[in-house]
Design a protein around this ligand. Structure first.
Ligand SMILES: Cc1cc2nc3c(=O)[nH]c(=O)nc-3n(C[C@H](O)[C@H](O)[C@H](O)COP(=O)(O)OP(=O)(O)OC[C@H]3O[C@@H](n4cnc5c(N)ncnc54)[C@H](O)[C@@H]3O)c2cc1C
Length: 317
């Protein structure tokens, strides 16, 4: 037996016996929106919430866990993610319509929910152009065009690191601009959203408009994670969604610093939208992170403002 196989055997013996799928050294770049990043040491796709709960209850507490959604807001570093990476599969993506709310699995794509509900006259049109899954949308309090996920959230089911299954009300949690109080080692498995009834044709129109606006203003065909940096505090929509002064935008600060089209290895500041860092084809995660840090330095030098990452960087260099 090779060293690698005997190490895998050893880890395998220490892991709880589950019904879901476990893989070792699983390449995460194939799942990542940016198509970069190293492997997950252990990759786990639970069969259902009980399987996930059992796994966590019986997993050595020294082994770290990290949950991923569609990886549309993550730079996974080239050294990969140590411990267990958890990804919820199709058994966590069901949509159920109730009288006053919609129950949706955390692995459901935002755009699929928006399109499915539109046919029923339920308006989640703001989610049509956000690429992630519902779990990631709640964790990040995703939003656009004035709407935030937290505006619709009424409750959720969360599995904590100790394996306990918790039903929580939205009012038990805190949300701000692209942020929530959900702990990094807790996993959202199901989300409840309030229904806003609208004429299906009007919802279709809103979604078509949103897609057109994105097409015109963002490099949607390139590999990116959307906006890389948060718009600076106090002058735009950071922290307080009711702060309506949008005069200071991260893209403008980056443009003013002369960084449009700047390249580092295979990473580039998009020429279409300067707050998007793109993988031109052969970027490493390091290229992207280094370019982001270079942008922060240059913007600070140019105008004295510190840009803050909106994209999360995870794993080892
Ligand atoms: C082209 C493009 C445009 C974008 N436009 C927007 C936009 O307009 N508005 C916006 O808000 N964002 C936008 N984004 C960013 C991104 O799509 C959102 O942040 C999205 O909500 C992330 O969801 P995800 O499933 O991809 O999460 P991931 O990127 O996989 O993870 C993000 C975070 O959520 C956590 N997470 C994921 N799933 C779960 C779960 N089940 N339970 C607990 N935590 C979880 C992860 O641990 C991580 O901390 C854009 C991205 C791209 C590529």
């Amino acid at each position: 037996m090779t060293d690698k196989n005997s190490k895998i055997n050893d880890i395998n013996n220490r892991l709880p016996k589950v019904r879901g799928v476990i893989r070792y050294n699983f390449e995460l770049s194939r799942l990542s929106w940016l198509k970069v990043g190293g492997p997950a040491e252990i990759f786990f796709q639970p069969e259902d919430p009980d399987d996930l709960s059992f796994f966590l209850k019986n997993l050595d507490t020294n082994i770290p866990i990290f949950v991923i959604g569609a990886c549309s807001n993550l730079i996974i570093r080239d050294g990969g993610i140590p411990g267990v990476v958890i990804k919820l599969g199709k058994n966590f993506s069901k949509i159920k319509l109730y009288k006053n709310n919609v129950s949706v699995g955390a692995a459901c794509r935002d755009s699929y929910l928006a399109q499915t509900c539109a046919k029923e006259g339920i308006d989640f049109s703001f989610l049509r152009t956000i690429p992630g899954n519902l779990g990631g949308a709640v964790k990040m309090n995703a939003g656009c065009y004035g709407s935030y996920l937290s505006d619709y959230l009424t409750g959720l089911t969360l599995i904590k690191r100790d394996g306990s299954i918790n039903n929580m009300k939205a009012s038990d949690l805190k949300f701000s601009y692209r942020n929530s109080s959900i702990p990094d080692d807790s996993i959202i498995t199901n989300v409840f959203l309030k229904k806003e009834i609208e004429d299906p044709l009007k919802i279709e129109m809103k979604m078509t408009n949103a897609l057109e606006i994105r097409n015109l203003s963002q490099p949607i065909k390139d590999l990116s994670c959307g906006s890389t940096f948060r718009n600076p505090i106090g002058r735009s929509s950071l922290e307080d969604k009711y702060d309506n002064d949008h005069s200071l935008k991260a893209w403008k600060l980056i443009d003013d610093a002369g960084l449009r089209g700047t390249k580092l290895g295979g990473a580039m500041v998009s020429k279409i939208h300067t707050n998007f860092l793109i993988n031109t084809g052969n970027a490493t995660a390091k290229d992207l992170e280094d370019l982001g840090n270079f942008v922060i330095k240059k913007v600070r030098k140019n105008c004295g403002i510190d840009l803050k990452w909106e994209v999360k960087r995870v794993g080892k260099n």
